[in-house]
Design a binder for this molecule. Sequence first.
Ligand code: CTP
Length: 407
Amino acid sequence: MRVALGVTGGIAAYKAAELLRTLQDRGLDIQVVMTAGARNFVTPLTFAALSGHKVITGTFGEGGKEPNVESAIEHIAVAQSIDALVIAPATANVIAKMAHGVADDFLTTLCLATKAPIIIAPAMNVNMWENAATKQNLKTLRARGVRVLDPDEGYLACGMTGSGRLTSVESIAQAVFETLNLRDDLRNETILVSAGPTEEPLDPVRYITNRSSGKMGYALAEASRRRGASVTLVSGPTRLAAPAGITVENVRTTAEMRGAMLRGLDRATMVLMAAAVVDFAPARVEAEKIKKSESGLRLELQPTPDILAEISHRRKPQHLIVGFAAETSHLLENAAVKARAKGLDMIVANDVTQEGAGFDSDTNIVTLVFPDGQVKPLEKMSKLDVANAVLDEALALRSKRVAAGGK
Ligand code: CTP
């Protein structure tokens, strides 16, 4: 979903950077629009770097300069593409302009042109806040459906004490999430996700690994975060960028992944073990590169520790444990056996030989398999949709457990 973040000229403008990050954490795409006044406090570059988009600073007719927008109808394009507009901080001046339908810069024009819900977080000197004109303007805006987040009381930048401080970034973000009806059904969960392959070194330059891209695990981490969970992602080597708002622990070997997972286990309420752990490691790691001339080289392999079985062995009452099974034949039978053998609440089974499933694909075709033998096949869908379906099912298991008197 796309949100326009309007920043106007107040000392609290710097807090808009933190707001932007908090909104991004929940998967929102942010287009920043700055007024000329705001640019006296923070540079557009700050917001451009954080948002990954050019910041709109255009003020029509400002000194005859071209606005830095792509086209003359950019305000309409932005107005139509956003799901919400939040203005933080909102000065007395922008509030007055909005109340009177003035459209003399990009932001106020956007206010008139958009049908998306508008949220404003005023910040100003206490006397300006209490001024009858401001009060009347806010009353007008509220009556039109604008959501006004009243400022907090406290010490103000002008040296006075009273009402006028920008309300907290968390409460502004929360208002945006509510307005967008963002799901936050995982807010009480702390989710530990593993992703990607592991690597087992053979000598300083060679290692054993597998074809896992990490996409499924990263999608699980992202979907969990978007739904309000606190997320730790333990990632083997991948080429993927870490999603915003989650803690990432990068690991290489199976032993490192085991260590990171066991460390995160106490705090976690859900474990989603999507990593493709290498099953066999060389029995010896050579300190020097093995020479080709050493004819007749034979590798002696030994099994790696089964991280998931160990996690399940250390299970606490709050834990919901989900495994993944990549199979090439007898999908459902093998998966059900694994779910029982490893003591899992659910296993996500996929046949990696199918087109549109498995390694490096952006889509997946999975069947959710439960230890009691129940199965739920899902259609072919994006890995993010698969992630959400897995999370829905995990939450349903949580509700059943709570209803049965557990955690
Ligand atoms: N797993 C693990 N540690 C291992 C091997 C696998 O934690 N050493 C986890 C995987 O992350 C996955 C689940 O166990 O969630 C099933 O993995 P899979 O490789 O399909 O099963 P294996 O137990 O390795 O059995 P097999 O290779 O015989 O199919």
